[in-house]
Design a protein around this ligand. Structure first.
Ligand SMILES: [Zn+2]
Length: 248
């Protein structure tokens, strides 16, 4: 199975080296992030295995417009009419009006090791070398919980991209951090809470400052954009990521 349950009515779907979060309220679903282009099939299969239909997704929430998160947005919209939302500051990026993305070649040049090459081969197969955007995406409201399954509260934490958001699901005691904080990545040598390597970040300085957005959030569970679920609280995760980033 490419998905597992992380809390009541919340599931993590594993794409190609990237996580997505599915929140359920009765029939209706919210999908947070959408993997690579070719992870669309994994999303559809996971939703069907849970007894739902892809049409049950009432909203896709996008943490940021990198190719490993925006992947299936356009497919879901064209096939099922699924709406997608992101922060106002990320809309232009998601619509493809500009780019803030390291290419796989950049990554290999700067982080050469066999593991990195194996990852690049996997992401190329997942559609990672193709342009992708979501011209239909709309901004979500600037503050408060969104009226979709899981009641996610967007948390603005720019740095990895200029309009990056995480999503707090208060009922589940969970934060989906996107790439504001991850717990592993095929191009990283360490495990546990951390920022992505510099070449993935629009501004690592801002990404470190952006971790402060988690200091007032109450949640035991962290589902990052990459790496395993962290169960020791979002504040502790942010603290470790900050210490490592500042110390490196
Ligand atoms: Zn990213």
């Amino acid at each position: 199975m490419r998905y597992y349950q992380v809390a009541d009515d919340v599931f993590c779907i594993r794409g190609t080296d990237v996580n997505m979060v599915l929140a359920r309220d009765g029939e209706a679903l919210t999908l947070i992030d959408a993997g690579w282009l070719k992870d669309a099939g994994v999303i559809e299969q996971s939703i069907r295995a849970l007894g739902h239909r892809p049409e049950d997704i009432v909203a896709v929430l996008l943490s940021h417009a990198h190719l490993d998160h925006i992947g299936a947005l356009r497919h879901l919209h064209e096939r099922y009419g699924t709406p997608a939302y992101t922060a106002t500051a990320e809309v232009g990026h998601a619509r493809g009006e500009y780019h803030e993305q390291a290419t796989p070649l950049d990554v290999i040049r700067r982080a050469w090791k066999p593991r990195t090459l194996a990852w690049a081969v996997r992401i190329a197969a997942a559609g990672g070398l193709r342009e992708n955007s979501a011209p239909h995406i709309q901004p979500f409201p600037e503050s408060g919980a969104l009226d979709v399954p899981g009641g996610p509260v967007p948390i603005s934490c720019a740095g990895h991209t200029s309009g990056h958001s995480a999503f707090h699901l208060p009922g589940a005691g969970l934060v989906a951090t996107g790439d504001a904080l991850v717990t592993a990545h095929p191009t990283s040598n360490i495990a546990g809470p951390q920022l992505l390597p510099d070449f993935f970040n629009h501004s690592t300085r801002d990404a470190i400052d952006g971790l402060a957005a988690f200091d007032s959030v109450e949640a035991d569970l962290v589902v990052p954009g990459h790496g395993p679920v962290w169960k020791e609280g979002i504040r502790r995760a942010a603290e470790i990521a900050r210490e490592r980033a500042v110390g490196s």
